[in-house]
Ligand binder design. Structure first.
Ligand code: MG
Length: 265
């Protein structure tokens, strides 16, 4: 039997800026955007991750779209499985599983109002110079890119309750404010991966509210000391919290995973 190690990417495994406290160790660039280095992990974290991959099925589990995920170079090469689009897409050996996409689309059609209605809602409600961009992700959900310093205090509570009344959930990840159908979850896709991989154990790591479901589902998990879950004071008995923050928390997470997968052997 096997272990699945499900890991969120942004601000869990990879970091757009080296924002930890104290000296920053040597970094490996794992993503370029517009020809410039964009995301990093420590070189030590990359080595640890390769150790994890020797003993477990590493599953990147991200809200990134397929195209955004495809830019990331995971140390050790392309994983056999990846969950993208917050569970809306399953990538198996580099190809999208269309059967999974159709099943998800059918499920979310019953869980809330259509995407077009939410896009119209956000266009009406989010206006002003603090809105830097509006995006639709893989025809599944949408998000705003905002200037956090200028974000009106009233927007998030109003937008969250407007979405909740329509079967959608809101999550804030850095400068991005996501709105997703309630039925679109990482944990549903991961449950499918665990079955397909023939695994009997799930380890998990994530920093955001959208990760809480699969952290809860895991046999053992870890979250960084920063992020949306940390801000919310989210704790579970089986979910460890890193001692460091920023890119060093990413290294601590890789080390924890390496120790946990070896414990199994
Ligand atoms: Mg994250």
């Amino acid at each position: 039997m096997r272990t699945v190690a499900a890991v969120d990417l942004d601000r869990t495994l990879i970091y757009s800026v080296p924002d930890g406290h104290g000296p920053v160790p040597p970094l490996l660039c794992v993503e370029e955007l517009d020809g410039r280095p964009h995301s990093f992990m420590t070189i030590r974290a990359a080595g640890l991750l390769e150790r994890v991959r020797a003993q477990a099925v590493l599953v990147p589990t991200t809200t990134r779209t397929l195209a955004q995920y495809a830019r990331v170079r995971i140390p050790g090469g392309m994983p056999a499985f990846a969950v993208t689009s917050n569970g809306g897409r399953l990538v198996v050996d580099g190809a999208v599983d269309h059967g999974w996409s159709r099943a998800v689309e059918a499920r979310i059609a019953g869980s809330g109002v259509p995407l077009a209605e939410v896009v119209a809602g956000v266009t009406r409600q989010a206006a002003g110079p603090w809105v830097l961009g509006r995006r639709v992700a893989d025809d599944l959900f949408c998000y705003l890119v905002v200037d956090l310093a200028e974000l009106p205090r009233s927007f998030l509570p109003a937008w969250t309750s407007w979405c909740a009344a329509r079967g959608w959930v809101v999550s804030v990840q850095g400068r991005r404010i996501y709105a997703l159908p309630r039925g679109l979850t990482k944990e549903a896709a991961l449950t499918e991966v665990v079955t397909r991989a023939g695994a009997d154990r799930l380890l998990a790591a994530g920093d955001g509210a959208l990760d809480a479901g699969f952290l809860t589902l895991a046999d053992a998990a870890i979250r960084p000391a920063h992020g949306e879950l940390a801000d919310a004071g989210w704790f579970r008995p089986h979910v460890r919290v890193t001692t460091s923050a920023g890119v060093l928390a990413g290294e601590e997470i890789s080390r924890w995973l390496a120790v946990e997968v070896a414990r199994r052997e």
